[in-house]
Design a protein around this ligand. Structure first.
Ligand code: HXC
Length: 257
């Protein structure tokens, strides 16, 4: 399948999605949104694909929602269309995915990166929620996900001043899991994705659901959810295979069952 604003390729069990709207620094207009929804749905539905990497260009992962598209829209239209609610399809992706960020990840671009299971940043990455400078505020989850990732002080600082955070600060603040040299970004992200793609697939989904549940529940409920899901994984063929492979000192051969 081909997309107007994305390049999508598969490398074995890994899908690489590159946002490709260089004339607008990958600003997220309705077409990019529609393409992302379709690409993520296709990835989730393809049993041969086990991990996805989303990246942009060297200069910009995405410089935000498309300001020129939003300029003409007032409240009634935004509310009526439920503007950008479509991104809930991206966050509903069951299988793992990584954001590989080089250059600007601003506004909706930062928010899109934060929808990933984790972010690998190039040393050139710059994160920010500059919407305040446009008279608005984050609208794709930034005020919530940034605060959960970096805490109140830094989230307030970012949202109220609109300043950018460089890769080193983002790593210190736990917004990103690792920093790599810009030239190696996609290769390093693909390497991480290949490692994930080589894991038992049901266990990968379960691990993702457990960590995400930490953001949705209290501790006791989250721990119970974790334990029950752990018990459930013990009914899978891949659990039997994984433990046998360990004891027999050989690699596991996963069936996804
Ligand atoms: C539309 C954008 C854009 C955006 C850049 N462009 N960002 N178009 N929406 N978010 C376009 C520019 O208009 C320009 O087009 C071209 O991309 C290159 O950008 P320049 O500004 O010339 O590049 P540069 O001088 O290098 O500056 C880079 C930049 C700056 C610092 C990233 O572009 C910038 O500040 N962009 C806006 C960042 C922002 O405010 N993002 C938050 C958006 S609000 P032309 O045609 O002039 O060459 C948001 C809300 C989310 O995301 C919530 C929604 C519900």
């Amino acid at each position: 399948m081909s997309y107007e604003t994305l390049l999508v390729e598969t490398r074995g069990a890994v899908t690489l999605v590159t946002v490709n709207r260089p004339q607008a620094l990958n600003a997220l207009n309705s077409q990019v949104l529609a393409d992302l929804i379709a690409a993520f749905a296709a990835y989730d539905a393809d049993p041969a694909q086990r991990c996805l990497v989303l990246t942009g260009s060297e200069k910009a992962f995405a410089a935000g929602a498309d300001i020129k598209e939003m300029q003409a829209k007032g409240f009634a239209q935004m509310f009526g269309e439920n503007f950008f609610a479509g991104f809930e399809r991206v966050t509903a992706t069951r299988k793992p995915w990584i954001a590989a960020v080089s250059g600007y990840a601003l506004g909706g671009g930062c928010e899109l990166a934060m929808m990933a299971d984790f972010i690998i940043a190039a040393d050139t990455a710059k994160f920010g929620q500059p919407e305040i400078k446009l008279g608005v505020a984050p609208g794709m989850g930034g005020s919530q996900r940034l605060t959960r990732a970096v805490g109140k002080a830094k989230a307030m600082d970012m949202c109220l001043t609109g300043r950018m955070m460089d890769a080193a600060e983002a790593e210190r603040a736990s917004l990103v899991s690792r920093i790599v040299p810009a030239a190696d970004l996609v290769a390093e992200a693909l390497k991480a994705a290949e490692a994930i793609a080589g894991m038992p697939p049901l266990a990968a989904i379960a691990n993702k659901e457990m960590v995400n549940t930490a953001f949705e529940t209290g501790l006791a409920t989250g721990i119970l959810f974790e334990r029950r899901l752990f018990h459930g994984l013990c009914a899978t063929a891949d659990k039997a295979e994984g433990m046998a492979a360990f004891v027999e000192k050989r690699p596991g051969n996963w069936t996804g069952k």
